[in-house]
Write a protein that binds this ligand. Structure first.
Ligand code: ADP
Length: 384
């Protein structure tokens, strides 16, 4: 019976030393005909959602499955016969390649998470890479590479650790200010036996407490989203009124800005009123935070048949094109200024729970416009 080249990836991945497959059937499909069996195995490789690349022992590509083509942007035809080096980005530590070849030359498999490759379009991506030699009659005949794209995971890990350092800084600063302030007031009042606070002092207290409360609320909301416990209380209300009230609230603390609200006729939505107010407050406070004083913030409600589109437009710093999608990711910040990148993420989650959409249209340096939609409720749908 002829030897069969059979790739049992999971089994091989589990072992440090690559087994010699000669004469063994790790995977028995019970076929009489070796060609039929190879066809089936070929289809399995092709259908795998993990990107797989196979080279000859002198490292020339002979096979790449569609998942690999999708990940890298190359087609098999473009890379056939070439060395996988063409994917190297130059960002992978050289020591990794040394370790890889050390293992492969000993006929052992190798896996690591530090490989950063380059796609056909030049963009880079990080992979968990497993390579193992195929050994027949004691000789290496091929190398098989399985790649898992871990770019997102790595980015999230990085953001998580940045998040922790930001949280400790953001929480510590207001707490320290309040503590020092209270201690000094206490000392004075104990000495003079009086306890008076000026409006300015009270204002400082108020601002720092608000900051602290907002940060804690964002962290709690994040925990609720992660654990699936963010519940919505839907009720019909007039969104025009809520928007007007929210602008009034924010304009008290943002006196240097002009708010222009293009009122439309009443606009009834069935939504969680408190949560929608939270989204409006978040978008309005961002508009203030990232815009120069004396600038104008425009708020609009535009109705179509089924939806209302709410837009908040500022004259601020704008958002670079490549960041416009990622700013809605958890902890993501283009430029740091108070907060820790949770506001837009929480807003996106709230709007998602209302079957709406949220997005941004911005220029790189001048102004951003945030939009979100909510389904409208028509009067006949309301049981009044
Ligand atoms: P943060 O607490 O950092 O404001 P957000 O989730 O609210 O967190 O916003 C994420 C990032 O999006 C911000 O760090 C900022 O860089 C960018 N951003 C949000 N709103 C605006 C805006 N109106 N203009 C410019 N950049 C903005």
């Amino acid at each position: 019976m002829p030897n069969k080249i059979i790739f049992d990836h999971e089994e091989i991945k589990r072992r440090k030393n690559t087994p010699d497959l000669s004469g063994k059937q790790l995977l028995c499909l019970g076929m009489e005909n070796i060609e039929d069996e190879n066809k089936i195995l070929h289809q399995i490789l092709a259908a795998s959602s993990d990107p797989i690349l196979i080279t000859t022992k002198d490292v020339k590509i002979i096979f790449a499955n569609p998942a690999w083509e999708k990940l890298t942007g190359y087609t098999l035809e473009e890379v056939r016969g070439k060395n996988p080096k063409l994917m190297q980005s130059g960002k992978t530590p050289k020591s990794i390649y040394k370790k890889l070849w050390k293992a492969l030359l000993k006929k052992q498999s190798f896996s690591c998470e530090e490989v950063i490759n380059k796609r056909k379009d030049g963009s880079t991506y990080q992979i968990h890479c497993s390579i193992f030699p195929v050994i027949i009659d004691g000789e290496v005949t091929h190398y098989v590479q399985i790649q898992y794209d871990i770019t997102k995971k790595k980015r999230l890990d990085k953001l998580k650790s940045e998040f922790l350092s930001v949280v400790s800084h953001e929480l510590k600063t207001p707490i320290t200010v309040l503590k020092l302030f209270t201690q000094s007031k206490l000392a004075t009042s104990q000495k003079t036996n009086t306890a008076t606070l000026t409006t300015k002092e009270l204002d400082l207290f108020n601002r720092e407490f608000t900051r602290l409360t907002n940060l804690i609320n964002d962290m709690l909301d994040n925990a609720r989203i992660e654990t699936g416990k963010m519940r919505m209380r839907f009720e019909p209300f007039n969104l025009t009124e809520l928007t007007q009230e929210t602008i009034e609230k924010i304009s008290v603390i943002a006196k240097n800005y002009t708010f222009v609200f293009e009122e439309t006729q009443s606009c009834i939505v069935c939504a969680d009123k408190q949560r929608i107010e939270q989204v409006l407050l978040n978008l309005l406070s961002n508009a203030i935070k990232y815009s120069p004083k004396e600038s104008t913030i425009e708020i609009r409600l535009a109705k179509n048949n089924s939806h209302v589109v709410i837009s908040i437009k500022d004259e601020g710093v704008g958002i670079p094109k490549k960041e416009r999608k990622t700013i809605f990711d958890k902890f993501y910040q283009v430029r740091r200024q108070d907060g820790f990148g949770l506001g837009l993420y929480i807003s996106k989650e709230i709007i998602k729970r209302h079957k709406g959409k949220i997005w941004v249209e911005a220029k790189s340096e001048k102004g951003s416009a945030f939009f979100f939609t909510l389904p409208l409720v028509h009067s006949q749908q309301l049981k009044i």
